[in-house]
Design a binder for this molecule. Structure first.
Ligand code: XMP
Length: 535
């Protein structure tokens, strides 16, 4: 395995993703892990290499972190990226200089001499035959003097030491960011490091992973029973399918239907888990309860709190029943959750100092203690893409596994202001039409559907009425807005340039088929300054 030490860069997770894409297992841990921890982690030769991430800090500020000195004495290759290169240089006796103008953006890097890391990797060659790379840079400080034993590996006009290597010890470092997609050869470079230089095997494959995970779950759970909150979202669905594969009927899923789901969503979840997988699912139909609590409430955050709070209450009630044990059952002792690796990192499992919180959703943190249950989180080490791959491998339909994200409060935050059943019913039907047409329309150039070409698309209900005509009559009905965005991280997003023909079809169908809506608009706001959801 590969250890990635996180110095707080926003893109540390991307390093892990690229390494996992090379089918090599790796984990991100904070840069200040103890030497004792590292020794334990590296025991029996399990650790094949270390990557030091970037940071926003400067090596010369007193408060900033250094890599544990021990990693340079383990006898495994180390790759420093950006700040990771600077701290490597500094700690091994080179010199770093601060106070430069921040360099940010594309750069052309020239490779010097042969190193195992860059050999044969290039975007183009200069007239005199030097390999050149197009890379992404973002730094203020830079290395100005190589540490003893190192040779120059790469340079740019403004950063003469943009890469360095001590091949005898397997130490490599680059000032640019190979983990971001803007660095065209970045993936090749990281693959080269982990596979060839560290000598790992590309054996992180889903099929094997299922077997291992199933064995681990069986061992952890034994003959005890497990409860899981199924939401219909990707993470909880995949967790449910995996745990069900491992322990069958020892798992009971509780599906809290808050009445703010998409059209037929509840039935589809039941059909899949009960009909196809034969899992035990308790469907708690709480839509009346939720709508009752939401009556008269129009503030978005207040709505979120109510939905989150009620969700937990209903789930707890159901869980308490199961915990007590009924009909010959001993009662549950485990609570399973679909926590995935980015959640672990975000909530402090890693050390991303810059972690930005965008969602205040009703996660069920704290629930296991309140219920006196042990926690089972089988997806804790997987990234979203891996969770999806695992879902498909477990037999979940790709349409379910590759669905756009859906917020926990559901349609509750897509109906502006007060939530009413009438509004939810209209919105559900309009939204289903929009999604159906996004799946139908294909982009000629790529052959992909517009559902695949967008990251998130949905319909928003506006509780205002506008005038229209239909046949000979005047209508006075509600308005909906279509929203479709493209984004890689949901922190920034562009509105999607959907084809007019698609928009035309959707608006025509909604107005004709959904009595009560007579006007459709398209949201052309990007994030920032708008958010993806309207509330
Ligand atoms: P915004 O609207 O903040 O959304 O640009 C970013 C992403 O977060 C989702 N989102 C939520 N998810 N509970 C959730 O589980 C929420 O309260 C919530 N609010 C926004 C949103 O759908 C988008 O993917």
């Amino acid at each position: 395995k590969i250890l990635i030490l996180d110095f707080g860069s926003q893109v540390t997770q991307l390093i892990a993703r690229r390494v996992r894409e090379a089918q090599v297992f790796c984990e991100v841990h904070p840069c200040d892990v103890s030497e004792e921890w590292i020794r334990e982690y590296a025991k029996d030769g399990q650790l094949k290499g270390v990557i030091l991430s970037g940071s926003h800090a400067s090596v010369y500020e007193d408060t900033t972190d250094k890599a544990p000195q021990l990693i340079f004495d383990l006898g495994v290759p180390v790759l420093g990226i950006c700040y990771g290169m600077q701290t490597m240089a500094y700690q091994l006796g080179g010199k770093v200089e601060g106070g430069h103008k921040r360099e940010f953006g594309f750069a052309e890097v020239r490779a010097h001499g042969h190193t195992k890391l860059l050999e044969g990797i290039q975007d183009f060659a200069t007239g005199d035959g030097h390999g050149m790379l197009n890379v992404w840079m973002s730094h203020g400080d830079k290395v100005v003097e190589l540490p003893p034993g190192f040779k120059l590996m790469a340079s740019t006009p403004s950063c003469p030491i943009a890469g360095m290597a001590d091949e005898a010890r397997g130490f490599y470092a680059v000032q640019f960011h190979p983990e971001v997609t803007h660095t065209a050869q970045g993936k090749a470079l990281l693959e080269r490091f982990v596979l060839r230089i560290c000598g790992t095997r590309a054996d992180w494959i889903m099929g094997d992973y299922i077997e291992e995970a199933v064995a681990r779950i069986r061992e952890q759970v034994g003959d005890e029973e497990v409860i899981l909150g199924l939401s219909g979202g990707v993470d909880s669905s995949v967790a449910a399918a995996l745990i069900h594969r491992a322990i069958g009927d020892q798992l009971t899923c509780v599906f809290v239907d808050h009445g703010l789901l998409r059209l037929n969503e509840g039935d589809m979840v039941m059909e899949m888990f009960v009909g196809k997988l034969h899992a035990k699912v308790i469907r708690a139909d709480a839509s009346e309860l939720f709508l009752g609590k939401l009556a008269g409430v129009s503030d978005p955050e207040a709505k979120r709190k109510i939905i989150g709070g009620e969700f937990v209450t209903v789930f707890k009630e159901e869980a308490a029943k199961l915990k007590a044990g009924t009909g010959g059952h001993k009662g549950a002792t485990f609570l399973a959750q679909g926590t995935i690796y980015p959640d672990v990192i975000e909530s402090g499992g890693g050390k991303s100092k810059k972690a930005v919180t965008i969602k205040s959703h009703h996660n069920v943190g704290g629930l296991p203690e309140q219920l006196g249950l042990k926690l089972l989180e089988p997806l804790r080490e997987l990234f979203k893409d891996e969770v999806r791959e695992l879902g498909v491998a477990l037999g979940l339909p790709p349409e379910m596994v590759y669905r756009h994200p859906f917020p926990g409060p559901g349609l509750g935050v897509r109906i502006l202001g007060e939530v009413k059943k009438e509004y939810a019913d209209l919105l559900r039907r309009a939204d289903a039409i929009f999604i159906e047409e996004l799946r139908n329309f294909r982009d000629e150039a790529t052959g992909k559907s517009w559902y695949e070409l967008t990251s998130q698309a949905f319909t928003v209900f506006l509780p205002v009425k506008s005038v229209g005509v239909m046949g000979d009559g005047r209508t006075y009905d509600y308005v909906v807005a279509l929203r479709a965005v493209q984004t890689s991280d949901f922190m920034t997003a562009d509105w999607a340039e959907l084809p007019y023909a698609l928009l035309k079809k959707v608006s025509g169908r909604i107005i004709n088929e959904v009595r009560g809506i007579n006007r459709v608009t398209y949201d052309v706001s990007s994030k920032p300054p708008a958010t993806i959801e309207w509330e």
